[in-house]
Design a protein around this ligand. Structure first.
Ligand code: FES
Length: 331
């Protein structure tokens, strides 16, 4: 697997597992060997957990670490994650919900942070959608610890579906703004949040794709500098309605592969024995970029500029697809 991932694999024991809401399960993971210490992490970091899928294959899933006080991150006695059951999903959350039991021993890649907070004391405006609250909660705790002004907007379908409300209320007081769709009768008002922003504020957000897209569109429309806008997708991209199978011809190897409607080019390459570079699998990091020699690209990444997308000669194989029946890639 060509993942530029921390190679440190930890063997951790499930010290506690329990439901936080009807579909969110929390795991607490401790070293399997007495006296062993856990690597520290910073707010926004995740671990990768080895999960067994329905076909028996082992894969890795990333879950943000929850630290509601600074010591839990700088000197962790345990790692805490919360996983929402996705259905249909790709199998990782089913494994966490249905297979993992207290005292089980799990393989975990050490924490890594692809969603770090920049060093600043300007106000941080944190927006969480659903289970996207996990990195946001750690960021809120870090801001409180260093005395950084922070406002947290946390939205979900209903209060009963939203994890960590009590802890966040205790941590944040009036700096927490909860939004439950069923009480408000409408989605979170992003325009109102943007209207309240100061010029030096930094925005951090994590949640489902429609929320990310809406915030990015607003930030772009209002001319927010990219270095003040930080986000992490919670879900791996799923197939969109109308997605079709297509072919990819690999110019260097002369091979042609079929990419089904419900799989990415990257996954098809890996399944066929190629060893492509990748990291996030969400169209955020740019590691899987590939030159395209012909064919029209359906760009779905968050990296290329509008001009680069229009040029049509580079794509990110973890998320982007073909608009037509075939792409020719320079690999
Ligand atoms: S693996 Fe990160 S953009 Fe494709």
């Amino acid at each position: 697997m060509s993942m530029p991932e921390s190679t440190e694999v930890l063997t951790l024991c499930v010290s506690d597992a329990g439901m936080l809401t009807a579909d969110v399960r929390q795991l607490r993971l401790r070293p399997d060997i007495a006296g062993q210490t856990l690597p520290a992490f910073t707010a926004g970091a995740h671990i990768s957990l080895a999960v067994r899928l329905a076909d028996g294959k082992i894969d890795w899933r990333e879950y943000s670490l929850v630290a509601l006080d600074e010591t839990s991150a700088t000197h962790p006695a345990e790692y805490r994650i919360a996983v929402r059951k996705e259905s249909p999903g790709r199998g990782g959350s089913q494994f966490v919900h249905e297979q993992i039991r207290p005292s089980d021993v799990l393989q975990v890649r050490a924490p890594r942070n692809q969603f770090p907070m920049e060093a600043s004391h300007d106000r941080a405006v944190l927006i969480a959608g659903g289970i996207g609250v996990t990195p946001i909660a750690s960021m809120a705790a870090h801001c409180k610890h260093i005395g950084r002004p922070v406002s947290v907007y946390y939205a979900g379908r209903s209060r009963s579906s939203m994890a960590y409300i009590d802890e966040l209320e205790a941590l944040l007081g009036d700096d927490l703004h909860l939004h439950a769709d069923d009480e408000a009768g409408k989605p979170l008002d992003l325009n109102a949040i943007f209207a309240s922003l100061g010029a030096n504020d930094h925005i951090y957000f994590c949640g489902p794709v429609p929320m990310i897209d809406a915030i990015l569109a607003l930030a772009e429309k209002q001319g927010w500098p990219r270095n003040q806008v930080h986000f992490e997708l919670f879900n791996a991209p799923v197939a969109e309605e109308g997605d079709q199978a297509f072919e990819v011809e690999l110019a260097q190897s002369g091979k042609t592969l079929v990419v089904p409607a419900d799989k990415s080019i990257l996954d098809v390459l890996i399944e066929d024995g190629f060893d492509p570079l990748y990291d996030c699998k969400r169209g955020e990091c740019g590691v899987c970029a590939c030159d395209v020699l012909s064919g029209e690209i359906d760009h779905r990444d968050y990296i290329l500029t509008a001009r680069e997308k229009e040029a049509g000669n580079i794509m990110h194989t973890c998320v982007s697809r073909a608009k037509g029946k075939k792409l020719v890639l320079d690999m």
